[in-house]
Design a protein around this ligand. Structure first.
Ligand code: M6P
Ligand code: ZN
Length: 192
């Protein structure tokens, strides 16, 4: 058992990305109903009782104390809502000075990183790729492949998740399938 404040090691990989873990969060379509472009399709699916798991987060959290790090993994299942690939909600950190690092473990995808002015960068993630997320940027992960996307994450345990700020404007870009390939396009419902 891993104890707070003591050194530990854990294993990367396997079905949960990290093992052991302490907390598991499951996000289904119903948790993300306002997030996808095709809201009609989402409502139709939910009314038919279709509520797939979009992603899971496994974490070893520490107390929210400056200097400590949370580590975790995210597993995004392959799939699309219409043409739009499955993604995470995306968030800024409540403590704006905090950054984050992702390391790809399995599958393929894109990380969308957006600053407060709406400037957005998309970076590929996959096995052995490290993505650095600078302070005060919103980040969303998108699975563009046909298998699970699994990545490791580490961030200050006092960072906090601010979902509302990015939910208000949305991300400036969407990742959609065009002719069988992932393409990053302007989000028609983005508003500054
Ligand atoms: C990564 C980290 C977590 C985050 C998770 C899912 O593992 O950034 O802090 O919770 O991705 O992203 P979200 O919280 O935006 O749904
Ligand atoms: Zn974060």
């Amino acid at each position: 058992m891993i104890k707070i404040d003591e050194p530990y090691s854990l294993r990367l990989g396997s079905s949960t990305g990290i093992s052991p873990y302490k907390v598991k969060v499951e996000r289904r379509l119903s948790d993300l109903s306002g997030y996808f472009l095709d809201k009609m399709l989402v409502q139709e699916m939910l009314s038919m009782g279709e509520n797939p798991v979009i992603y899971e987060v496994y974490e070893l959290p520490q107390p929210p104390v400056s200097g400590m790090l949370n580590v975790g993994s995210t597993v995004i299942y392959p799939g699309k809502i219409g043409d739009e690939y499955y993604f995470t909600k995306g968030h800024f950190h409540e403590k704006e000075s905090t950054s984050e690092v992702y390391i790809g473990l399995e599958g393929e995808g894109l990380i969308l990183i957006q600053d407060r002015r709406g400037e957005i960068t998309s970076l590929e993630i996959g096995p052995d790729v490290l993505v650095y997320i600078p302070p005060d940027t919103a980040h969303r992960s998108v699975n563009t492949g046909s298998r699970r996307l699994v990545f490791f994450a580490a961030y200050p345990s006092d960072a906090g998740h601010d979902y509302e700020s990015i939910e208000r404007t949305g991300f400036a870009k969407v990742v959609v399938e065009r002719d069988g390939k992932p393409v990053v396009e302007n989000n028609p419902s983005f508003h500054e």
